[in-house]
Structure formats: C-alpha cells, structure tokens
Ligand binder design. Structure first.
Ligand SMILES: CC(C)(COP(=O)(O)OP(=O)(O)OC[C@H]1O[C@@H](n2cnc3c(N)ncnc32)[C@H](O)[C@@H]1OP(=O)(O)O)[C@@H](O)C(=O)NCCC(=O)NCCS
Length: 403
C-alpha cells in the first residue's frame, strides 16, 4: 500500500506535535508552552501522512552540523519527533516517511542525518548505524575530596544565575562541542526545549562554567535527584579537555548535601575512574547507543573525513535504499574516492552496508571488529589491518546532545 507523505503546513504542526507526544505516551502541550515549542520546528521539514483527512504519522528534522574525523564539519539533518499512531503501526508508514525524508535531506545538500532511537530495532533497515555510544554513571559523592590529589587542577568553576544560564552555556557549548568527533551544533531552540523550559517552570537548576587558561572551556547542568541523602542528575556536561572535565566533576561531587551524582550518555572514554580518589566510587550502570548515523551522501562523507596513514583499501558499499551511494571506494593516503560500480572490474577487498560503514565512520568501531562480528565482509583478510589503520581515530567519538 502506498502512503502519501507530504510536508506539513505551519498550521498543522501542533497536530503533529500532539500526535508525536501521544506515541511516546505524553499529553498535548498547553497553549503557552506550544507558542514557544512551535519555534523548535524548522520550516518545511516536518512530514506527515494523512488517512481520511486525519494525521496518522509524522517525522521532522532540523538543520545542524556534525564534526567528523580531521576537524571537518558536515551539514547534518537531526531527525526527531518520529511517531506513528498506535492503530496504524506496522503498515509501512515509517518506511514511507524515512524514504521521503532521506530524499529531502539529500536535496538540501546535507551529507549526513543522525537521530536518537527509542528502540534499537527500528532504524538499521533505513541505513542508520550506531556511530557513538555513551555510558550511564553513578558516582558516590559522600566522601570528602573525591578526586585524587594529583588529578588536574587548574582554573575555576563559577555558578551561573538561572536567568543567564541559556545564554552563557550556549556560548561555551559552541566553542567546545565541535572539537570532539561526533559533536554537533545546537539550534537556539534546542536550549528552550532542553533547559529553558524547566527553568521557566521553576525547577531548581545548578549551572556551572569552568574557566581555564584560555577562558570558558566547559560547563555542567544538573538538577536535584530524589535519592536518600540527596543527589544530582547531570543533564549536560561538555568540557574542552581533561582539566575542565576534572574541574567540573570535582565541583559537582563537592556540592553539599549530595551523596550521589548520576549522569547518562557520558563519553565511554571519560576518565572518571582515573580522576577519582577511589575508582570504585564510580559505577557504570549502562552502556547505550547515542548517535544513529545515516551517511546520506556516501562519496561526500567519505571524502570529508581524515584517514590514518595506510596502504590503499578497496571497500564496496551496498545501499539498496539510496542506490547512488553504492559502489567501490578506494581509501588511500588520506583520500577516499569512488573507483567503480558494484560488480564492475574493480574487485573490492572489503564490503559493507551504509549502516555498517556508519559504525566505523566516526571511529566508534574498528573495521576488524566489524569483520569479526559479520557486519563487514572481508574478501581479502590482508585488507583488514589496512582498513583499521585508515579508519582509526585518536579518541572515541561522542556527541552529548540529546534531541
Ligand atoms: C517506531 C514506529 C515509528 C514504527 O512505525 P511503523 O509505521 O510501524 O514502521 P513500519 O511499518 O514502516 O516498519 C518498517 C519495518 O520495521 C519494523 N519495525 C518498526 N518499528 C518496530 C518496532 N518498534 N519494533 C520492532 N519492529 C519494528 C516493522 O515490523 C517493519 O518490518 P518489515 O519491513 O520486516 O515488515 C512506531 O512504532 C512508533 O510510533 N512507535 C512509538 C514512538 C517511537 O518510538 N518513535 C520513534 C522515536 S525515535
């Protein structure tokens, strides 16, 4: 059955928001909140499917940018608010929207799309792969001087007044987020949905900025957590380096009447255990997928990132949904370029799908891990260490923005 997907008009966005909210078991927004939240929809980027004149499915995206290995920043579609009415699921509505959305993203010249998935089984079929991950931590804050005496200590931490928080933190985020592979830019409206709305509603918030040698280089946002003896839930923490990371965690763990600090989707390689006086004060309670990445324009995305020094690798990419991406690519001496069609005279040494390529693209997974687990196929095993060397990155990618 074919479904008519079309871009929604501005006067249809509230219905789309209400529909999406219902699919994640939330109620509609009151008028005053909607008047602010409506601005979080980027014009012309919300899709809908109607049946008998009623909206039954929706998906949207907003423009952003993604930092890829080597420091290049690619235009990115941030896909969000995807929902299908519960009595219309499993009939292909999401599939129809995903196809239309990828065409729209490509037409806008955005080389990549990313999203956060409510369930891990949904997006792989549309060419999305897990490209960054994060861990949930719980840190015991009941001890005095929680960090090692020789953990980096330089700079200062200051609290930011609640009415100034958005403006101040936004600037710090802009200066640090894209320094890390996987980082993304946030539209101004992100701050409304994710922070300002809670401040306006009267929630108590702790917003702190770290200032290092070169100025503000990190920030943390935390809300009270209802645990025995008091706690903090960190909702946002970005730091330019380990010194700023140490400064912010030291501050959070030293706040009075706080026995535990929790944070989700932290970088997998955040060196908390190395900074803490007692490494076991940090428990890792979960490891979860963060960025689901779709390489919408594979030639452009492959050409944009940096590669490690390695002898040439011939990699075939399969992409039945976006056929123009399919082909054999040669990665050599820091450059990736298409060298022929699939099944042509250039025989690939390695093969993968667009989704499996996304898993290695930012450096989260090494090609050898992906070959060993069947995500990539090695026609020539000698190419695997070459691919590892080419795709290797200095650290693990991480985004730190939930949307
Ligand atoms: C997730 C959701 C958008 C899927 O929409 P849908 O219209 O049912 O998806 P489709 O019918 O196009 O499904 C395409 C395929 O994915 C599978 N699939 C989709 N969602 C799935 C899910 N949640 N669990 C298991 N399989 C799923 C379908 O079975 C189908 O498989 P098939 O091609 O082998 O038949 C919908 O279930 C929903 O709105 N869920 C609640 C809100 C939500 O989680 N939104 C996503 C936010 S990131």
């Amino acid at each position: 059955m074919s479904h008519d997907v079309r871009a929604l008009r501005p006067d249809e966005l509230r219905a789309a928001h209400t529909l999406f909210s219902a699919t994640i078991h939330r109620g509609p927004l009151p008028d005053d909140t909607w008047s602010r939240s409506s601005a979080t929809y980027s014009p012309g980027r919300t899709l809908g499917v109607h049946e008998d004149g009623r909206l039954v499915a929706t998906a949207t995206s907003f423009p952003s940018e993604l930092a890829v290995p080597g420091g290049v920043v690619l235009p990115m579609a941030a896909v969000t608010r995807v929902g299908v009415r519960p009595d219309r699921t499993r009939r292909g509505l999401l599939s129809a929207m995903m196809r239309a959305q990828l065409d729209d993203v490509a037409a806008r010249g955005e080389a990549v799309a990313t999203l956060r998935a409510s369930e891990a089984v949904i997006y792989g079929r549309f060419g999305y792969g897990i490209a960054t991950r994060g861990r949930s931590v719980r840190v015991d804050a009941s001890r005095p001087a929680p960090l090692r005496p020789d953990a980096p200590i330089e700079g200062t931490v200051r609290l930011v007044e609640r009415q100034d928080a958005t403006g101040v933190l936004r600037k710090v985020h802009e200066s640090v987020a894209l320094r890390r592979v996987g980082g993304m830019t946030r539209p101004e409206t992100w701050w409304w949905s994710s922070l300002e709305r809670r401040i306006v509603a009267g929630d108590h918030v702790l917003a702190a900025v770290h200032t290092g040698r070169d100025g503000d280089d990190g920030f943390a946002v935390a809300f009270p957590l209802d645990v025995p003896d008091g706690g903090l839930q960190v909702t946002d923490l970005h730091a330019a380096d380990v010194t700023a990371t140490a400064g912010l965690w030291r501050f959070l763990l030293d706040v009075d009447l706080v026995a535990e600090v929790r944070a989700d989707l932290r970088p997998v390689d955040e060196p908390l255990e190395l900074l803490l006086a007692v490494p076991r004060a940090c428990s890792v309670t979960a490891l979860a997928d963060e960025t689901w990445l779709r390489l919408v324009d594979v030639p452009a995305a492959l050409a944009a990132r940096e590669y490690g020094a390695a002898e040439p690798v011939l990699l075939a990419v399969h992409d039945p949904m976006l056929e123009r991406n399919a082909g054999v690519y040669r990665v050599a001496h820091g450059i990736a370029e298409p060298v022929g069609p699939l099944g042509g005279p250039v025989r690939p040494e390695l093969e993968c799908t667009a989704a499996a390529l996304a898993m290695a693209y930012l450096g989260d997974r090494a090609p050898s891990e992906l070959v060993a687990t069947g995500w990539w196929q090695a026609n020539d095993p000698a190419a695997v260490p070459r691919a590892d060397a080419a795709f290797a990155t200095a650290g693990l990618p991480w985004c730190g923005t939930f949307f």
